[in-house]
Design a protein around this ligand. Structure first.
Ligand code: IMP
Length: 419
């Protein structure tokens, strides 16, 4: 009856939603621990496609779903998501941490404006207000869900709006003034609408663990977008790595049993920043096209490239990964030759670690493998795909527990369950 963390091992969009959904069928509790509406999980259920940004994917299996204090919540998005799910007949058994911080209308405006002034050094954020909300949190002027439901936000919101208006006018030179009365009205409505969902998430999870229930910690974004351990400054503002699950859910590290890393069969990245195995050729276009590599939240085309196992080794280290889920293997169908990056050439030496900060100047060292037309040969995985899978296991030292060969739930091979 373990506690399992699911994390992204690359730059996000590895297909975590599908793996969380798959593992949720045997979970009792599923908790989101960081990030916010910058995440987008697509779940395909029969003919219906659901795009979740905040509610954990476990909701479709009737699990108790929780949003931890490490998440930043846009109440408008959350309430709409709950409403959409309920009107589609999905039972939403949700508890939101009162300690989670709230994205207010000025956060997305600041997010977009700050990224614009960065000019060439822009991060390419999702403009959902993630960075500014976490900034307010650590600057101790943020508004929490507790504040909304207890009506303890007014003075702080007034002060924040005054400050933001000054920043917009004098620093960012943006022609936008915030109406404090309008924001206070929204906060008051959100407080009422969220009231029935608020609870002590940390206590609920710790009790569940005491009672030996199956608890899944659902990460958003991924290792290389981690504020501490990612490709800073081209990162998000939270800690998607496994350690972030303990902080954002309020559980001790000794309670965690397994960390499953989700690894896409190739690499993608949205936004700016280094990307050693990026492909700017027909293969890159093929991956984007067949893999439908366009952002769930922003619709931006994702940058695509070969699988980089040096990154996965690093992800293994900083997350303490115990196994992998390999996703989107079918997207490689039809490619004659496949390259896998197994190390880097950096300043004249070959390296197989990432204890350097300038990933920008790393040149990938590839091994070449034979491609395949379709993954399956009857019921069996073809020998070429088997060789690709074996290479990943050999280079990372991690067993692959799950293999995803298509977008549907049935397109999943479970070699060993995490439960
Ligand atoms: P932010 O999280 O909106 O501040 O964006 C910071 C960086 O993280 C940008 O490069 C985004 O494209 C990237 N990012 C944020 N969330 C996701 C995600 O869920 N998948 C992939 N990239 C993301």
């Amino acid at each position: 009856m373990p506690a399992v963390i699911i994390v992204g091992t690359q730059w996000g969009d590895e297909g975590k939603g599908k793996i969380v959904d798959y593992c949720s069928k045997d979970a009792d509790f599923v908790i989101r621990y960081q990030g916010g509406t910058n995440a987008g999980h697509t779940i395909v259920l029969g003919e219906k496609v659901f795009k979740l940004r905040l509610v954990p994917s476990g909701v479709f299996y009737g699990c108790r779903v929780l949003i931890g204090s490490g998440v930043v919540i846009d109440p408008e998005v959350l309430l709409k998501e709950i409403n959409d799910l309920t009107s589609n007949g999905v039972d939403v058994n949700l508890v939101v941490s009162g300690k989670a911080h709230v994205i207010l209308p000025y956060h997305p405006i600041l997010d977009g404006s700050w990224d614009k002034v960065r000019g060439k050094g822009k991060i390419g954020t999702t403009k959902r207000g993630i960075g500014p909300t976490y900034t307010d949190k650590v600057a101790r002027r943020g508004i929490r869900v507790y504040d909304l439901v207890n009506n303890t936000y007014k003075e702080r919101v007034r002060l924040n709006v005054k400050l933001v208006n000054r920043i917009l006018q004098h620093v960012l030179q943006v022609d936008h003034r915030l109406d404090v009365k309008e924001i206070l009205k929204q906060c008051s409505r959100w407080g009422v609408d969220l009231q029935s969902y608020v609870g002590n998430v940390s206590e609920i999870i710790n009790r569940a663990l005491e009672e030996k229930q199956n608890v899944l910690f659902e990460g958003a974004q991924a290792t290389f977008l981690d504020i501490d351990h990612g490709t800073y400054p081209f990162v998000t503002s939270s800690n998607p790595i496994a350690g972030g699950a303990c902080v954002g859910a309020g559980v001790g590290p000794t309670r965690i049993d397994k960390v499953l890393g989700v690894c896409k069969a190739y690499t993608t990245r949205v936004g700016e920043g280094p990307f050693p195995t990026e492909l700017d050729d027909d293969v890159g276009f093929h991956l984007r096209d067949i893999g439908r590599e366009f952002g769930t939240v922003t619709g931006r085309p994702r940058r695509c490239g070969w699988l980089d196992l040096n990154m996965i080794r690093y992800a293994r280290m900083v997350n303490g990964l115990t196994s992998l889920a390999l996703t989107k293997l079918d997207v490689l169908n039809g490619l004659e030759r496949l390259m896998i990056c197994v190390g880097y050439r950096w300043r004249g030496s070959n390296i197989t670690s990432l204890s350097i900060h300038d990933m920008e100047s790393c040149e990938p060292i590839y091994v070449e493998l034979e491609g395949w037309e379709t993954i399956f040969n009857g019921d069996e995985i073809c020998s070429e795909a088997k060789a690709y899978i074996a290479k990943i296991e050999e280079e990372t030292g991690l067993p692959i527990d799950y293999i995803s060969t298509g977008p549907k739930r049935v397109d999943t091979i479970c070699r060993r369950s995490v439960w």
